[in-house]
Design a protein around this ligand. Structure first.
Ligand code: SF4
Length: 312
């Protein structure tokens, strides 16, 4: 499977089957905290990145194996609204599962009527909004030059006004980049304008694209949550019941999970349905085989795809 992956544990969506309609790493932005690494194709050009029939075939196969999901989620190697097939693919997924279909987006293309019409087909839309001032937007999101944060806020407000599903705004705070009181006040005003169902507030927890993108303290995050109002919740790392262990493909599934985004031994244990000691043993063996590498962020250890720096 190249375009459908997981399920992966998501802080926001529980156990989520991922659908990736673009290719690495295509995005309208190049966020300093991005867990996928730096953007290699920063574009605002919507087009077909992947044959939609391939995605549909993979979805059919994976959905037939895995009931028990919390969401089917369009995300992956960049910004999913860049895919011109997004609306068609959401409709296809919706017709084949009773699980809600979600889209994680950076919100930058919501001003485009075709993007709004695609997103309206989803049950849950999770746009991110990390900054409103041009300076902080540039610092944190390093956007395509054509993007304007005020226009994005207005477009999100227009979309929210007639979207019938759930709209969860996500804000990620990076220390010394978008945590100043003046920026938080601007984000708070934008939240009032957009009126999302929830605001999900987080900070850097996985290895970021740029080493200088660091987390704020939990205390600061709670202060910001208060400033953003009662709809705001601070998102904690995932926890929940284990999934059934997947037959004889465990090692491949673990490698696939870690190649999509950095994972902890706890993430793997929950998804595969094994003890954390067992998952750590497999992950450490994969590190020794140079299929994965270990990265420390604060006190947590993450496993990610091995990058042969001598060849890259
Ligand atoms: S975090 Fe999202 S919006 Fe930012 S660069 Fe990564 S994929 Fe793009």
């Amino acid at each position: 499977m190249r375009h459908v992956f997981g399920p992966v544990p998501s802080r926001r969506l529980g156990f989520s089957l991922g659908v990736d309609p673009v290719v690495p790493k295509t995005c309208t932005m190049d966020c300093v905290y991005c867990e996928l690494g730096r953007t290699t194709d920063r574009t605002v050009c919507r087009r077909r990145y992947v044959d939609p029939e391939e995605i549909k075939r993979e979805l059919r196969e994976r959905l037939s194996e895995r009931p028990g999901l919390d969401h089917v989620t369009f995300s992956g190697s960049g910004e999913p609204t860049l895919s011109a097939d997004l609306g068609d693919l959401i409709e296809y997924a919706r017709d084949r599962t009773s699980v809600p279909v979600a889209v994680l987006t950076n919100g930058s293309l919501v001003g485009d009527p075709e993007v709004r019409s695609a997103l309206r087909k989803a049950s849950v839309v999770v746009p991110s909004l990390d900054a409103v001032s041009p300076e902080a937007f540039e610092r944190v999101n390093r956007p395509h030059p054509s993007l304007d944060p005020s226009e994005i806020v207005e477009a999100l407000a227009r979309f929210a006004a007639d979207f019938r599903g759930r709209l969860w705004l996500e804000t990620l705070i990076v220390a010394d980049m978008n945590d100043a009181p003046s920026e938080v006040a601007l984000i708070s005003r934008a939240v009032e304008r957009i009126q999302p169902d929830r605001v999900q507030l987080g900070t850097v927890v996985r290895p970021p694209a740029e080493a200088e993108a660091g987390p704020v303290t939990r205390e600061r995050l709670l202060e910001i949550a208060t400033a953003l109002g009662p709809r705001t919740e601070v998102i904690a790392p995932p926890s929940g019941p284990s999934q059934e262990r997947a037959g004889g493909e465990t090692v491949d599934r673990i490698t696939e999970m870690a190649s999509r985004r950095p994972v902890t031994a706890g993430d793997v244990a929950r998804v595969i349905g094994m003890s954390q000691a067992e998952s750590a043993k497999i992950l450490d063996a994969l590190v020794r085989e140079k299929r994965l590498e270990l990265v420390r962020l604060g006190e947590r250890l993450y496993y990610k795809a091995y990058l042969d720096r001598e060849q890259s």
